[in-house]
Design a protein around this ligand. Structure first.
Ligand SMILES: Nc1nc2c(ncn2[C@@H]2O[C@H](COP(=O)(O)OP(=O)(O)OP(=O)(O)O)[C@@H](O)[C@H]2O)c(=O)[nH]1
Ligand SMILES: [Mg+2]
Ligand SMILES: [Zn+2]
Length: 292
């Protein structure tokens, strides 16, 4: 039923750029004189909350509420593979306590079933540090059974850049449904931001309690409600090394002697690209100064 918020503000959800999102459970009354419309008076406490920091609005933006799984969608090509974007989504999912799964779509575009060496190396590394990787093609249906297995009886949210095929995956998962799917910009090989609003769909064919949220493609992802000092603890292969450097937790992991993080990069325990990304995110978080 189409509902709107009763009054101006909803209690309990203050402090976010957007008060309600797909996945929220609400209480509503029927609108007097309009039997098919409702007035939302309350939102249930959220079990999980996936957010990102909105630089323009200088606020937390909620992406989905009450989801059990974050499907981080990427592609080896078209649009180009952007592992550093995905690292940020993985980080935020871990911070939010929602298990992430990497979904590498457009497998049909990989000659011989293998992506280019750079993509393959990063996919292998994510898998090594504990993130499940599922390779699929919304076009050919390859890998969809494995994805369905991961999604069954859970509520998932699809997160990824524009054009990676989030809406196409939903179309492949739900026969008879036709979500609007966009084309790629020929000049820039990027998506055109086809989905403009998040939507939640139930998929009873995958078992009771199965649902998925499609979201609009994002350009960037700034971690939310994460202090620079905490970053280390939310990067899975870094976390066990926290505090072990000669300078302990005050080490910047850039040039100090006895830095265990840099040693781990040299020995291959931490991927070079994840380390570079760690430094960049750390710098950004220092600049943002949450809570100041
Ligand atoms: N070759 C190939 N093309 C695909 C596949 N999945 C999606 N596409 C194409 O990729 C383009 C973008 O797909 P969308 O589903 O609109 O992507 P999206 O992630 O929803 O994009 P936004 O809504 O803009 O965030 C379309 O032209 C799709 O046909 C796939 O598995 N293989
Ligand atoms: Mg879409
Ligand atoms: Zn260090």
């Amino acid at each position: 039923m189409a509902c709107r918020i009763k009054g101006k503000v909803l209690k309990g959800v203050e402090g976010y750029g957007n008060p309600l999102v797909p996945g929220d459970r609400v209480c509503f009354d029927r609108e007097p004189g309009h039997p098919h419309r409702g007035l939302i008076r309350d939102v249930e406490e959220r079990k999980t909350l996936l957010t990102r920091f909105n630089r323009q609005g200088q606020s937390s933006q909620i992406l989905a509420a009450n989801v059990d799984l974050v499907l981080c969608v990427t592609t080896p090509v078209s649009p180009p593979f952007r592992p550093r974007f995905l690292d940020r989504v993985l980080l935020q999912a871990d911070k939010a306590g929602i298990p992430p799964v990497i979904v590498c779509n457009k497998q049909d575009l990989c000659a011989g079933g293998r992506a280019d060496p750079v993509t393959e190396e990063r996919l292998r590394d994510w898998s090594r540090i504990g993130y499940p990787v599922i390779r699929v093609s919304a076009r050919t249906g390859e890998g969809m059974e494995e994805l369905q297995g991961a999604m069954a009886q859970r509520f998932s949210v699809l997160i990824g850049q524009s054009g990676v095929g989030k809406s196409s995956l939903i179309n492949a998962l739900v026969p008879g449904l036709y979500m609007r799917v966009g084309s790629l910009n020929e000049k820039y090989d990027r998506g055109n931001h086809t989905t403009s609003m998040s939507v939640l769909l139930e998929i009873p064919s995958l078992g009771a309690g199965t649902g998925i949220i499609d979201t609009p493609g994002m350009r960037g992802f700034l971690p939310d409600r994460l202090e620079a000092e905490e970053l280390l603890f939310y990067m899975r292969e870094f976390a066990p090394l926290a505090g072990t450097c000669t300078y302990g937790l005050s080490c910047s992991h850039r040039s100090e002697a006895g830095c265990k993080i840099r040693e781990a990069v040299s020995s291959g325990l931490i991927h070079e690209d994840r380390y570079e990304n760690f430094l960049r995110i750390h710098e950004e978080l220092t600049g943002l100064g949450y809570g100041v």
